[in-house]
Ligand binder design. Sequence first.
Ligand code: PRP
Length: 184
Amino acid sequence: MAKTNIDIKNITKENLKILIDKKSIENRVASIANQINEIYVEKNPIILCVLNGAFIFYADLVRHLNIDFEVDFIKLSSYGSSMESSGTIRMIKDVSANIAGRDVIIVEDIIDTGLTINYLRKRMIDGQSKSVSFVTCLLKDRKKYHFDFKIDCIGFKIPDKFVIGYGLDLDQRFRGLKNIYTIK
Ligand code: PRP
């Protein structure tokens, strides 16, 4: 993740620059939902939202689906109030459903180092899910990731910069912004 000398508490909307606008996000979400609609007919998947960051992408995505599905939520944390991953994943709330024998779609807002999805995949294997697939709104362009499996669906590939808005926060701020922004 890019380092900055800015004090994060002093960042305001004036410091933000649009990276992906609302309309582009809406179009991409609809197209991802169409893919899920085709692949998961009659599979009744559990669609798992990774809290907190994915909640807006998730809510937009599931409202485009016309298949049967169940919702569930898992809460993990790797960043705390910092702009860089701590390198350690903390489970704050585990999945509630019994995932054994079920097709699970994991919905993430962003994959950065990949530590979180690696942790999630292990959790799904331990829980004996029938299948697990990953849908992420954003994938950061990095030389190296902490996972070695395929990401099934990527909304946008973005440069290795800190991004906020559309669910993504800076020390818990800015999650409600409709566009995705970088910091100027
Ligand atoms: C963010 C994001 C992903 C994870 C990706 O979560 O929502 O879950 O980091 O980073 P990684 O690929 O380096 O593991 P964060 O820990 O910031 O919590 P939040 O979703 O509550 O903001």
